[in-house]
Design a protein around this ligand. Structure first.
Ligand code: HEC
Length: 109
């Protein structure tokens, strides 16, 4: 038989899990927005605000369609030595870079 105390404890545990999942979802939504902002403003300073190209090549979905994810990932992470493309590994985690590749595939809105 469950005692009232146990039930309350279980319920508050469940509530805690739900609340923290909710917070996590919000946090990653915010990160997603920060990455979109970074793409427009930081990457955009070379690749163009709309990523149509500038000093760096266009990063539009269509321009990148023949390039594998791994190539884009490694280019963003390590940069391209001997070109102005900087390495972003000090500023962006692997999961940030994966999100950026995904945003590029889907197109910046
Ligand atoms: C200082 C200028 C500069 C900034 C800032 C910059 N890039 Fe680049 N990027 C370049 C240049 C130049 C190249 C082309 C390198 C080459 O000649 O291969 C390039 C290449 C790339 C490529 C490979 C494209 C292809 O067609 O192979 C990707 C992907 C890329 N950049 C993503 C990014 C992302 C994402 C950011 C922001 C996090 C960023 N870049 C910021 C200059 C920049």
């Amino acid at each position: 038989m469950l005692k009232t105390g146990n039930i309350l404890q279980t319920l508050s545990f469940i509530l805690l899990v739900i609340l923290s999942l909710n917070r996590y979802a919000h946090a990653s939504d915010n990160r997603q927005q920060e990455l979109q902002h970074l793409l427009k403003h930081d990457c955009g300073s070379c690749h163009g605000m709309t990523l149509k190209g500038g000093l760096g090549p266009a990063l539009l979905t269509d321009s990148l369609k023949d390039k594998p994810d791994e190539l884009l990932f490694i280019t963003i992470k390590e940069g391209r030595p001997g070109t102005p493309m900087p390495a972003w590994k000090k500023l962006l985690s692997d999961s940030d870079i994966k999100s950026i590749v995904k945003i590029l595939r889907e197109g910046l809105n």
